[in-house]
Write a protein that binds this ligand. Structure first.
Ligand code: AHR
Length: 492
C-alpha cells in the first residue's frame, strides 16, 4: 500500500492557469482546416473559425494561446496577413511542407479566435528574418490607441480599438531555426528588440526571451546574466521522443512496452530540466520575478503513414494521456517558477487535443487530461509526500506514480495521479492533514490497451469515467489506481 499524505496547511504558491496553455502554428493542418475554414466553408463557422473547435476549446477553458509559431514565427511577416484577404500575398511555408500560405489567417483572425475561445493571446515575433522596425510596428498596430500610421491602418482594416496584448516573445528557437545564433549574440539582439516593444497606454507587454532547447544550460546562464533584467519570461522547449533518434521516432499507435517505458522515462526528464534551469535562474533572480515558460512541449513521433512529412501529423493514445498528466503534475509542482506552458500543437499536429477530418472532429485522450486537470487552474499548490514505488522494466527503473495536489478558492482539494505501470494497479492510502473533507469524487482515464485511441469511426473509445463516490473518515480514504491511468480526485 502506497501512503500519500496531502498537507493542506502547507501551500506552495498559485498554479498559474496559463500552465494549461496551448500553441497554434501555421504548420500542416493546424490553422488551415483545423481552426480556420473560411467564411464560405460548408463547415459551420463563426467568421471563418470552426464552431466545433471553438466549443471544444471553450469547454477546456484554454487560458492562453500562442501563435503564429514555432519556426514559422521567424519567417512570418505580419503585414502579409492584414487587409482584404484577396490582396494578401501568397507565400511558401518553407519550414512546413513547402505548401502555399495564403495568409488568410492573420492578426485580426487570431485575435478573433482568442475572443471566441476566451484565450489570452500570446504572440511570437520574428527576430530571425525580421527587423526591429517590423516588430515595433506590429506592436503599434495591435496596441496603440492614438494617431499613427499603424493604428490608422488597423482602423482601415476594420478594428477601431486596439487589442490588449500581454504576452509577446521576441524570436523563437534563435539557437536553431530562428537564426542559429550564439546565446551572447541573441542576448544582445533580445535587448535591442525588447527596447522597441513599447507599452502603449495601459497595455503592458510581458516580454519573453527565447530560452534554451532542453538541457542547454549555457543558454539559460548567458541569457539570465546578460538580459535577465530586460525580460519578464524565458521560454524552454522540450519534446518527448520515445527514442533519441530523430530519423525514426517510433509510431504514435504501434508500439510495445519498450516504447511505452522509454516515452514515459523521457517525459519524466522534464522534472530535471525544470529544476536545473530554475536553479540557474535563481542565481540571477532569487525573487523569481522572471517566469519560466515551457512554451513548447509534448510527444513527437513519426508522422502517420501516407501523410505529408512536413505536416507532423500524429495520432494520440493513452500513452499521450500519461505524458500530459505527468508533465502537468511536474509543472504544477514547480509553479513558483513555471508560470506558463503551451503544449504543441492544439489541432492536427503533434500532441494535439483535437483532430479534424473534413467536417468531423474528435477529442484526443490528451484533451480529456486537460479537461480533468482544469480544477488545478489558479488553485494553490499543496505539499504532498509519498514514496513512489518503482516501475522496473528491462533492468531500468522509473517512479510508478506521479502526483500533484491543490486547493481552490472554494476550499475543494484536487489530486491528480498517474499510474505509469501498464499491467498493475496501485493501492493508495490517502491521508489529508490540515483540512476537513467528508467525501471524494473524481474521474479516471484508462483503457485495456496502451495504444487505445479515438478515431473518427470510434471517437469515444478513450474517455473519462466517473469514480464511485467515497467517504473520507478522519482525513483518510483508500483507492486502487487502475493500471496505465490518469485519475483526478476532488475532496470536499
Ligand atoms: O513544433 C514543431 C516545431 O518544433 C516548432 O515550430 C519549433 O519551434 C520546434 O522546433
Amino acid at each position: 500500500m502506497i501512503k500519500l499524505q496531502i498537507n493542506a496547511d502547507i501551500k506552495k504558491g498559485v498554479i498559474n492557469r496559463n500552465i494549461y496553455g496551448h500553441f497554434s502554428e501555421h504548420l500542416g493542418r493546424c490553422i488551415y482546416e483545423g481552426i480556420w475554414v473560411g467564411k464560405d466553408s460548408p463547415v459551420p463557422n463563426t467568421d471563418g473559425i470552426r464552431n466545433d473547435v471553438i466549443e471544444a476549446l471553450k469547454k477546456l477553458k484554454i487560458p492562453v494561446l500562442r501563435w503564429p509559431g514555432g519556426c514559422f514565427a521567424d519567417e512570418y511577416h505580419w503585414k502579409d496577413g492584414i487587409g482584404p484577404a484577396e490582396s494578401r500575398p501568397k507565400m511558401v511555408n518553407t519550414h512546413w511542407g513547402g505548401v502555399v500560405e495564403d495568409n488568410s489567417f492573420g492578426t485580426h483572425e487570431f485575435f478573433r479566435l482568442c475572443e471566441l475561445t476566451g484565450a489570452e493571446p500570446y504572440i511570437n515575433g520574428n527576430v530571425g528574418s525580421g527587423t526591429v522596425h517590423e516588430m515595433q510596428e506590429w506592436i503599434e498596430y495591435m496596441t496603440f490607441d492614438g494617431l499613427s500610421p499603424m493604428s490608422n491602418q488597423r482602423k482601415q482594416n476594420g478594428r477601431e480599438k486596439p487589442w490588449k496584448l500581454k504576452y509577446f516573445c521576441i524570436g523563437n528557437e534563435n539557437w536553431g531555426c530562428g537564426g542559429n545564433m550564439r546565446p551572447e549574440y541573441y542576448a544582445d539582439e533580445f535587448r535591442r528588440y525588447a527596447t522597441y516593444v513599447r507599452n502603449f497606454g495601459d497595455n503592458k507587454v510581458f516580454k519573453i526571451a527565447c530560452g534554451p532547447n532542453d538541457h542547454n544550460y549555457d543558454w539559460t546562464e548567458v541569457l539570465m546574466r546578460e538580459a535577465g533584467k530586460n525580460m519578464d519570461g524565458l521560454s524552454l522547449h522540450y519534446y518527448t521522443l520515445p527514442t533519441k533518434n530523430w530519423a525514426d521516432k517510433g509510431s504514435s499507435t504501434e508500439f510495445d512496452e519498450t516504447y511505452w517505458f522509454k516515452t514515459l522515462k523521457n517525459t519524466l526528464y522534464m522534472e530535471e530540466l525544470v529544476t536545473k534551469h530554475s536553479t540557474i535562474m535563481d542565481r540571477y533572480d532569487p525573487e523569481k520575478r522572471v517566469a519560466l515558460l515551457v512554451d513548447e512541449w509534448g510527444t513527437w513521433y513519426n508522422v502517420e503513414p501516407g501523410t505529408n512529412p512536413g505536416f507532423l501529423f500524429q495520432q494520440n493514445t493513452l500513452r499521450d494521456a500519461l505524458v500530459a498528466g505527468i508533465n502537468l503534475n511536474i509543472f504544477n509542482n514547480h509553479c513558483d517558477r513555471v508560470r506558463m506552458t503551451n503544449i504543441a500543437q492544439i489541432v492536427n499536429v503533434l500532441q494535439s487535443v483535437i483532430l479534424t477530418e473534413g467536417s468531423k472532429m474528435l477529442l484526443t485522450p490528451t484533451y480529456h487530461v486537460f479537461d480533468m486537470y482544469q480544477a488545478h487552474m489558479d488553485a494553490e499548490l499543496l505539499h504532498t509526500a509519498f514514496d513512489a514505488p518503482g516501475y522496473t522494466f528491462d533492468s531500468d527503473s522509473i517512479p510508478a506514480i506521479s502526483a500533484s495536489a491543490s486547493i481552490d478558492s472554494n476550499h475543494k482539494i484536487h489530486i491528480s495521479l498517474c499510474n505509469l505501470k501498464p499491467d498493475s494497479s496501485a493501492d493508495i492510502s490517502f491521508e489529508l492533514r490540515g483540512a476537513d473533507c467528508s467525501r471524494v469524487s473524481g474521474s479516471v482515464l484508462s483503457s485495456s490497451a496502451m495504444n487505445a485511441h479515438n478515431t473518427f469511426e470510434a471517437p469515444e473509445n478513450v474517455k473519462p469515467a466517473a469514480i464511485k463516490e467515497m467517504s473520507v473518515k478522519n482525513g483518510k480514504f483508500e483507492l486502487k489506481l487502475q493500471p496505465m491511468s490518469v485519475t483526478v480526485l476532488t475532496l470536499e
